[in-house]
Design a protein around this ligand. Structure first.
Ligand code: ADP
Ligand code: PHD
Length: 422
């Protein structure tokens, strides 16, 4: 069996959904395929805005209406009038409103977030599943929250692989003998059947969890790019396609912030030696990139920009030096806050850490540590990583940015950079 994953861009409008149906039609057999689908277009961002507007007691009704209108407009182009999908959508949007009004609390932000944000994937999979059915592609819609089991780390659920594997094997494998399965990316469920999410852009990870658990022959992630390139084509001109990549290289790229695939995707696949294909849904006849355990590392230069970072500086207050003890205190606070350290540098009296700019986490970190350290922050920075860099590459990129902090090893160049202010 195989796993296909379609992200937001591949289902962003009616034409895109039709294209997804064509790709699935060309799969060859009407069985043995799990289709993982993300929220349509930028719906996850819109749902985040809905929740924040609701908590801010502002005009959340307009936000809800916009999301509803977007999905209805797509569905009107895909289905005949009075199709069952419209009743399902009415019900789902009612459920979303009820959840917002009765199941969210500002003081439980992360938990509330998961209960609301999940509707993007739930709604998208209903539309896709029904449309495939309309096209004669028999499929079963599955609620993945009943199968991918996580703890209660809201917004970053930790997957219980043993339990998940058992449930998926028992319940999904028999269905796959007869038809295709359509399910949601990004979502999980707790023991108490509450919804969790696996981290932003986590649908790639879902595809990998499913492939691992069901021992898939391969996974294909369909994107709006020809495959994995040596840089994001939206940021760097004249990029080159990797036809093959090793698991190690791919994992390294995602670790440094190449957001073409979610960082957690590679490990489960590597553990079971399942190849991952990254292919273009715009040019589905092309082979794309194959990531596997056979390819040996090519050491090709790769440029990675990681935006939306903040650089925190922790300075010792009483003229003492940075010690292992206060280092561990700072690191422990990051663990407790579930904030990721993307770059770390120390001097005699200060420690710098670059992390994602998530305001609520930054506030928590500063709250915990401000008694002992003088903390300053540089916002609106990004992290630049160049794997297997050379001086020529540095000279082609660095003059375009303000350089705030720099680290070099023989193979890897890393810097905290900012756009020049106008
Ligand atoms: N090294 C890279 N190779 C290809 N695409 C990249 C790379 N780094 C970043 N990207 C970006 O990743 C995007 C695709 O990922 P994403 O938007 O998350 O897709 P989806 O939401 O459909 O899963 C591309 O449009 C491209 O801008
Ligand atoms: N919809 C979620 C999960 C996801 O993975 O989306 P995408 O496949 O479009 O990156 C998000 O936007 O974070």
């Amino acid at each position: 069996m195989q796993v296909f994953k379609f992200g937001g861009a591949s289902v962003k409008n009616a034409e895109a959904v039709r294209n997804v149906a064509h790709i699935i039609q060309n799969f060859g057999t009407p069985t043995h395929l799990v289709v993982v689908v993300s929220a349509m277009g930028k719906t996850t961002n819109a749902l985040e805005k809905l929740l924040n507007t609701y908590f801010a007691k502002a005009d959340w009704q307009t936000e809800l209406q916009n999301i509803q209108q977007y999905h209805f407009e797509i569905s009107e182009q895909l289905f005949p009038e009075k199709h069952l999908i419209f009743t399902a959508l009415d019900y789902l949007f009612l459920q979303l409103k009820e959840t917002l009004l009765h199941k969210t609390q500002p003081e439980k932000y992360d938990e509330s977030y998961d209960q609301v944000i999940c509707f993007g994937e739930i709604i998208a999979t209903h539309i896709v599943s029904q449309f495939l059915q309309e096209q004669g592609i028999e499929n079963e819609w599955i609620d993945i929250r009943n199968f991918i089991k996580t703890d209660t780390t809201w917004r970053e659920g930790k997957v219980d692989f043993a339990w998940t594997e058992q449930l998926l094997k028992r319940e999904i494998l028999p269905i796959l003998q007869e038809k295709i399965v359509v399910t949601q990316g990004f979502l999980g469920g707790t023991l108490g059947n509450k919804t969790t999410t696996l981290g932003r852009e986590g649908s790639d990870y879902t595809a990998s969890i499913l492939a691992y658990s069901l021992e898939a022959q391969k996974v294909t992630i369909w994107k709006d790019v020809p495959g994995i390139l040596n840089a994001d084509p939206k940021k760097v001109p004249n990029t080159q396609l990797y036809e093959t990549l090793s698991y190690t290289e791919a994992a390294e790229m995602t670790f440094y912030g190449a957001n073409v695939i979610h960082p957690k995707t590679i490990k489960p696949l590597a553990n079971k030696n399942i190849p991952l294909y990254v292919r273009s849904f715009l040019e589905p006849h092309k082979a794309g990139t194959c990531i596997d355990g056979i390819t040996s590392p090519q050491n090709t230069p790769t440029i990675i920009f990681k935006p939306n970072q903040v650089l925190l500086k922790f300075a010792i207050k009483d003229l003492a030096f940075i010690t292992e003890e206060n280092l561990s205190k700072i690191l422990h606070t990051f663990t407790q806050t579930n904030a990721k350290i993307h770059l770390l540098q120390s001097s005699a009296v200060s420690l710098w850490i670059a992390t994602d700019f998530q305001e609520h986490k930054v506030i928590k970190i500063i709250d915990f540590l401000s008694e002992e350290f003088a903390i300053s922050q540089t916002r609106n920075v990004q992290l630049l990583t160049i794997l297997y860099y050379n001086e020529k590459m540095l000279q082609s990129i660095l003059p375009k940015f303000e350089l705030i902090l720099e680290q070099k090893t023989q193979q890897t160049y890393r810097a905290v950079i900012a756009e020049f202010s106008a």
